[in-house]
Write a protein that binds this ligand. Structure first.
Ligand code: SF4
Length: 91
């Protein structure tokens, strides 16, 4: 069971990106837009769940939980090697 199914997708209702007028910031390759998306993710109350879902489903595209695809691959690779990278929200 993925975190997404375990939580019944209700977490998505709290997502700061949901309904955002510039939803494309999360899914394009423009560095400035990605930085804007990551900055919003930093304040998102469901950031950890979002990242867990992206890691569990091996999401290939976009910013999830404040992490882009290359960062998520690095976290997943470290996890397979038994190395715990700190990626959790603080506070
Ligand atoms: S962490 Fe970012 S991508 Fe995930 S739900 Fe929140 S705003 Fe959206």
């Amino acid at each position: 069971m993925t975190p997404d199914s375990a939580l019944g997708r209700d977490w998505r209702r709290q997502a700061l990106c949901a309904g955002h007028p510039h939803r494309e910031w999360w899914f394009n390759d423009l560095a400035d837009d990605t930085l804007r998306a990551v900055a919003i993710c930093e304040a998102c109350p469901v950031r950890d769940t979002c990242l867990d879902v992206a890691l569990a489903t091996r999401e290939q595209y976009g910013v999830w939980g404040g992490k882009g695809p290359s960062e998520r691959r690095r976290i997943a690779r470290a996890g397979r090697l038994g190395i715990a990278l700190v990626h959790r929200s603080v506070g």
